[in-house]
Design a protein around this ligand. Sequence first.
Ligand code: HEM
Length: 425
Amino acid sequence: MSEPTPAVDALSRRKFFSGSAVLAGAGGLALGVGGGMAVAAAAAPGPLSDSERMAERATLTYPFYGEHQGGIDTPPQDHLVFTAFDVTALTAVELQLVLAKWSAAMAEMTAGSPVGKVQPEREQGIPVDTGEATDMGPQGLTLTLGFGPSLFDERFGLAKFKPADFADLPAMAGESLNPALTGGDLCIQACANDPQVAYHAVRNLARMARTAVKTRWTVLGFGRASAGANQATPRNLMGFKDGTRNVSGTTDLGEHVWAGAEAGQPWMVGGSYLVARKIHMLIETWDEDPIGDQQSIFGRTKKEGAPLSGSKEHDVPDFHAAAAGAPVIPADSHIALAAHENNNGTKILRRGYNFTDGLDSVGRLDAGLMFLSFQKSPEQFVTLQRKLGSSDRLNEYIRHVGSGVFAVPAGLPAAGSYYGKEFFA
Ligand code: HEM
């Protein structure tokens, strides 16, 4: 994923002074910079005003074309719309058309453009784009497309394109999956700094394909529960910082996240596997649990987010530290069970979001974590979840209710290419 490109008019004073703004390719901007340099150099940069910060967020743009799809190693945006679809089309040609149309529309929306006319000239003309994101800017929108294992069944003749060992996740302890929140032939993960922009993108993709795909399940997420490069760690709905020790950096991504030749499918080289788990939290019960117990369940302090063996959030957990003959970080705590040190080096890139669906039928909070992780192989997730599902003390407070696994193809090279093109050659 390449660097984001803030639009020229949102070039922030901060970036101007730090020299990190993208000046090349900014056309006439070079002139402006030359002319304004003396004035700018005399003024102190100062903190961004609220309106400058909003403008910067609104115009943040991630390139659509590139080696990898956006929304994987992109610093997590604030909002999510995740939707899994069933393909109802009867022919491979119809599916091909959907993928080609989606790819072109994704490129447009990622750049902050509508997918067609919002206000047609003719009185009776039906707008191509539904219009609710008009003038809102790209808002850092990324759209990530995945193929579910069921897409490769007999319907479209795609079996030979199925990556080796790509299958539905096995049944695991600690889950009570609802079939209506599970599976899908296709998925789209839309992430943006504004919820309406993310919603608009999925709505318009679903709309333009409505004769060929049907929405299967959707989760709206907020308050990301994962941190990216240089981002402060957000908190999940249990009040703990979530995303402190995550995969980051090129080496980690290459080793643990990007798929390579092992998938046996050229279209997956540079792609990844997305695991989506809708995890319901028993919040009322959690809220009655004393802080000492909450901290030993995660193996971290609540306020700072430090491992119980340290004092600062980013201290490396010491799973051998002991006091009074017992491990300082309990062996059945969430981090002790999930850490790569205790799983033969297994790591996954977590990129989840909090969700709430209001109240359930008996008035309890219906909320939790839309857990999303990217990995080179779904087996990495299965290894960790098998362990967490059977031994994690957190299980008393959570239920996995939705699930999906998707093969996320590599990024597209340039306009004119589309996801799945190889399937229809
Ligand atoms: C509602 C469910 C979950 C909650 C509330 C939760 C919360 C947390 C928290 C607070 C941390 C510590 C901070 C951090 O390093 O990010 C953490 C770490 C971690 N979690 Fe979860 N998590 C959940 C589910 C899962 C699942 C399903 C998996 C994978 C199967 C997972 C894998 C991990 C990993 C790998 C770490 C890092 C451990 C380390 O290296 O220290 N989590 N989680």
